[in-house]
Ligand binder design. Structure first.
Ligand SMILES: Nc1ncnc2c1ncn2[C@@H]1O[C@H](COP(=O)(O)OP(=O)(O)OP(=O)(O)O)[C@@H](O)[C@H]1O
Ligand SMILES: [Mg+2]
Length: 382
């Protein structure tokens, strides 16, 4: 007589041994196992939902599932059906993964009440640094305190774009950020450009501090109170991204794209980066959307629809479309971000800042928290 068949629960139990190496958790606890069928003739079918259909680990997870289940007595064949998680399932998985990561996160000098936004892209030169500095001043113009961390260690451009130069000062073993007042608000800036004289010198530091620089910017800088910390990411999806995810797992990402970009590739890479780091994607900003000449004619120089396509693909809203303005680059070089003066670019950043504050990544309301803590205290002692 053939061995007794395993129950679906037996199958689920062995699946706890299948770990998604990037997310560092097993497929059962990650909610990826959607169903198990055990047929009378020993055929077992397992339904797996991947975080994204194009998951690079697809075949590895499939092989692991097959190998584990085949070891159970009574199993004749194993079929694996691969599907994709719904947006809600994906959000639940991210929330769980982020919570786990936070438990293990090291101490940084970034206050717990500071919202952290990384400005990233799948490709270089699309305007990450421009978006970072303009969003920073637009938020500060609302009276907020905004930190800007230039995580582009070797290609730093934030000091020049913000017009904030000078060596970083320090006291009691901590580095103090440079500051720039914007209306009633304040921008605090830290960049490799504030530690070295020029880019050549920065390059000499390369091997020495590559992996340590970001960590030091987060642990050795006395940032003080901030409503927001914006992180200008270097191009690509490498070490710095992973480091940020490890050090500040509560980071939300804003992804910058141009209208022309092949959303498919960029989106998958960006979503994948978010997944590996457990980072949430708060929104997409399309840059260089259009150019309006002095006669009022609008030109779409770089194609159309990239922002919308990317937003749909990563399941985050398109937060704004930034036009091109003559003089933008010259003013940026002179340390005067376009968002600080009147014009179409400033209008767009004002509305992006509004959405960030009111909807996408609202600041932590201290009054609200304190009120809630007191409420709980009162309940506890009454
Ligand atoms: N909306 C815009 N209108 C006109 N010029 C722009 C606009 N956005 C960016 N630029 C210009 O395009 C160039 C690239 O922008 P930026 O340096 O912000 O991109 P980046 O994504 O940070 O690049 P990198 O990947 O090298 O860090 C800069 O010279 C900048 O001034
Ligand atoms: Mg840049």
């Amino acid at each position: 007589m053939a061995a007794a068949l395993p129950s679906p629960d037996d199958v689920v139990n062995v699946l706890r041994g299948v770990v998604d190496p990037e997310l560092g958790d097993n497929v059962v606890d990650l909610g990826m196992v959607k169903g198990v069928d055990v047929a009378a003739d020993g055929r077992v079918t397992v339904r797996i939902a991947l975080t994204i259909a194009g998951c690079p680990l697809r075949s590895q997870i499939q092989k692991d599932v097959e190998a584990r289940v085949r070891q159970l007595p009574g199993v004749e064949t194993v079929g694996v059906e691969m599907g994709e998680m719904t947006q809600d399932e994906r959000s639940a998985l991210m929330a769980r993964a982020r919570w786990k990561a936070r438990e293990k996160a090291p101490d940084t000098e970034i206050p717990a009440t500071t919202r952290v936004i990384a400005v990233a892209s799948g490709k270089g030169g699309v305007g990450k640094s421009s978006v970072t500095v303009n969003l920073a001043v637009a938020l500060a113009a609302r009276g907020l305190t905004v930190g800007v961390l230039d995580a582009d260690i070797w290609g730093f451009s934030v000091p020049r774009m913000l017009g904030v130069s000078g060596r970083l000062g320090g006291a009691d073993g901590k580095i103090h950020p440079n500051e720039k007042r914007v209306g009633d608000g304040l921008v605090k800036v830290v960049s490799m450009g504030h530690l070295v004289d020029d880019e050549d010198q920065a390059i000499m530091w390369r091997g020495l501090v590559l992996t340590k620089a970001l960590e030091q910017f987060l642990t050795d800088v006395r940032w003080g109170e901030m409503d927001y910390l914006l992180v200008d990411m270097p191009p690509g999806t490498g070490d710095i991204q992973m480091g940020l995810a490890r050090l500040l797992p509560r980071t939300e990402m804003i992804i910058v794209t141009t209208p022309a970009m092949g959303a498919q590739k960029v989106a998958v890479r960006a979503a994948d980066m978010a997944r590996r780091g457990y980072l949430g994607v708060a929104g997409v900003i399309e840059n260089m959307t259009s150019f309006t000449c002095e006669h009022g004619a609008e030109y779409r120089l770089f194609g159309e629809g990239g922002g919308r396509r990317l937003a749909a693909q990563v399941g985050a809203p398109l937060v704004g479309q930034v036009p091109m303005e003559p003089g933008f680059a010259e003013e940026a070089d002179a340390g005067r971000p376009a968002a600080l003066r009147d014009g179409p670019v400033a209008d767009v950043f004002r509305s992006i800042a509004e959405r960030v504050v009111t909807e996408l990544v609202p600041p932590v309301e201290m009054s609200g928290c304190t009120a809630r803590v007191f409420e709980q205290l009162e309940q506890a002692i009454s």
